[in-house]
Design a protein around this ligand. Structure first.
Ligand SMILES: [Zn+2]
Length: 105
């Protein structure tokens, strides 16, 4: 998948607000549809927690050394057995929720 920068600051702000508005219920739907709860690649258990903050899904940011001003956003889940952690691109979750009801060709 090619990466794409934001056209404008307004677009970046809007996408940020929409991503922050993603609920735990919406994230769980995404995880179900995309089979994100498949067995842990480390220990083989299937017992995951999606951390919450004040009832909303926790969202991590990471910067990149190639563009320190750019942030990458991730939802995350942790294996309750071994602590292995998976990151899910918040942009992918946003895209799914934005387009899931559009007719498929
Ligand atoms: Zn595990």
């Amino acid at each position: 998948m090619a990466t794409k920068g934001f056209e404008t600051d307004e677009e970046r702000d809007r996408l940020g607000r929409e991503t922050l508005a993603i609920t735990q219920e919406q994230l769980l739907e995404y995880m179900e549809v995309k089979n994100c709860g498949s067995p842990c690649e480390s220990c083989g258990h299937e017992n995951w927690t999606i951390p919450e903050v004040n009832g909303e899904p926790s969202l991590l940011t990471m910067s990149t050394v190639r563009g320190p001003a750019a942030e990458n956003w991730f939802f995350w889940m942790v294996c309750n057995q071994c602590g292995n952690t998976r990151l899910n691109s918040a942009g992918h979750v946003w895209y799914y929720l934005k387009h899931k009801d559009e007719p498929h060709e």
